[in-house]
Design a protein around this ligand. Structure first.
Ligand code: PAF
Length: 283
């Protein structure tokens, strides 16, 4: 039976009790509206040794810009609860905004390098909101390990950096992207797509896969030129490209021309009013 906890202090008590019993505590931070991608994070937490798993479900207002989709972000707590139960989560942490932010925030946790590029360019306050709320979730759940999805590659890299730089005693695990059968990366925001937009949005994963194949089999050799190829395909499919970049998968900094090292292609592109992200590593 999955227990539902609403307050920070109750979650801290739960976590300390698990540890007193010698259990390893895992945290899976989410904003709810769970799909297979999130569920794979819960499974990963178990597989990586968490004996007690808490899933947080909190649509965090501080990571949404003023013209973003905070109000219309999809929510379905009862469905989420059933899925957490099915995947053996011990606790759902579902605080109200007032529990997490009882007063106006005047302290922030901010990563200042990786956060600047990619999504940080068009979403200037987003990662500050993420690192702040993840710190608060860490302080609430006191986890030994926490699992994040590779779909948000920049977020995962920022959280790893935060944990390293601020000495959180927490093991960060990054779990692979889960895709629909046709290749679309799972995302709660896919719900916003019309049938036609969803079809055109397949260009994200298809163009990434084609770039990966071309570079890995040697048909093409320049990762930076490949970004232009991807950009053209996205534009031709009716997408409005925010960015397509070739990055060092460790530092998330842009690769230089002619680099022979593994590359992570990361992109953001909108169809209608829905902005999607995706990424793929090329070895
Ligand atoms: O990836 C998400 O869903 C959110 O950014 C997170 C990590 C739960 C913080 O609100």
């Amino acid at each position: 039976m999955t227990q539902i906890i609403h307050s920070v202090s109750d979650l801290q008590k739960w976590s300390m009790e698990q540890k007193r019993q010698g259990k390893t505590v895992g945290l899976v931070p989410t904003m709810g509206f769970l799909h297979e991608g999130h569920l794979s994070l819960i499974d990963t937490a178990h597989a990586q040794g968490a004996d007690a798993v808490a899933v947080s479900i909190f649509v965090n207002p501080t990571q949404f810009g003023p013209n973003e989709d905070f109000d219309r972000y999809p929510r379905d707590f009862e469905h989420d609860r059933i899925l957490c139960e099915q995947h053996g989560a011990d606790v759902i942490f579902a605080p109200e905004v007032n529990d997490m932010y009882p007063a106006a925030v005047t302290c922030w946790v901010q990563e200042e390098e990786i956060s600047k590029g990619l999504c940080g360019k068009t979403r200037p306050i987003h990662f500050r909101g993420v690192t702040t709320v993840v710190t608060k979730l860490f302080n609430a759940a006191l986890p030994d390990l926490a699992v994040f999805g590779q779909k948000d590659a920049q977020q995962a890299a920022i959280i790893k950096r935060m944990v390293r730089d601020l000495n959180f005693p927490i093991r960060i695990i990054v779990s692979p992207i889960v895709r629909e059968a046709d290749g679309l990366a799972m995302s709660s925001r896919n719900k916003y797509l019309s049938a036609d937009e969803r079809q055109r949005a397949l260009t994200l994963s298809r163009s990434l896969r084609e770039a990966k194949e071309a570079l890995e089999n040697g048909t093409r050799t320049d990762a930076l030129a490949e970004c232009d190829v991807i950009r053209q395909k996205l534009t031709a499919s009716g997408g409005v490209v925010d960015y397509v970049e070739a990055l060092d998968p460790e530092t998330m900094l842009p690769v230089t021309s002619g680099s022979q090292r593994p590359v992570l292609f990361a992109l953001a592109c909108a169809y209608g009013t829905t902005r999607l992200i995706d990424n793929m590593k090329v070895d």
